[in-house]
Design a protein around this ligand. Sequence first.
Ligand code: ASP
Length: 330
Amino acid sequence: MMKVSANWSLIIHGGAVQAERPMPAENEAASRAGLAAALETGAAILRQGGSALDAVQAAVRAMEDDPLFNAGRGSVFAADGSLELDAAIMDGASLKAGAVAGVSTIRNPVDAARAVMDRSRHVLLIGRGAEAFAKAQGLAQADTAFFFVERRWRDLERLLARRGQPIPPRPPGAPAPSGEAEDVGPPAHRFGTVGAVARDAGGHLAAATSTGGQTGKSPGRVGDTPIIGAGTYACDGVCAVSGTGTGEYFIRMALAHEIAALVHHAGAPLRAAVDQVVGVDLAARGGDGGVIAIGPEGLPALAFNTNCMLRAQISEGGAPAVALWSDEAL
Ligand code: ASP
């Protein structure tokens, strides 16, 4: 039998984007600090012998609470000015999964995804039903005032103006325009998604992903994030994967599961599978984005075809590493 090493390992991402470079120094510093904090939140759980599942949930929750990232607070707006958040979590040990889509009243969609997995008979709940379920489960609620970030609204206005589409009124409950300068805030975070994959000391794998989706999306649109096998997948002995990018491509390609299938059925090394599916196949179809993945022994692998993917990684006994640009190590 294969020896299972006791090492834990965690990788997180804060979205893959085509970003202007150089990024203002304070924005780059804020991005790195946000990633480092979320990484440490998850690592603290693994360090104490906690599960991969708890670690990915905690790391994603930390990024949902950070308005820097397009997930939870700080999510981007749909074309009608609404917020529709998606999230998923998957347990590689049991292949159980939970997800929510199109929610706007749940403070931490990843917690709702976990509750769907643990406390319902279903995998994916959407909209009002998901919100009622989360409320009944006692999960923290939030309103538009909590989620609303001025620069996201400006992003929507600019995008709709470019498309020649009408600009909706500010959503009920939104704060009055703050006068925040247009270029305030990390431009790299205007799109994106957050995610985490982990391997715990017991050898179990887990993945979680959360997003506000894409600025100016059609109301009702669901991306890859909450679709198990598209933006999120985990299977012990194979790999755990979390994606970010143009969700429609990830859904069509069943991208996260495609990576797992190459490893499982074709015996591909995880890094080769990730390079093939993201670096070759996704790019060939015209999709943008990337994935983070982790193998059964905790070996991290990642690939992206944009110039920037916010990412951070730590393994037992090692120092945390944070990177943004494609020419940085990690
Ligand atoms: N994959 C996300 C979606 O399509 C967005 C992103 O990762 O940028 O909803």
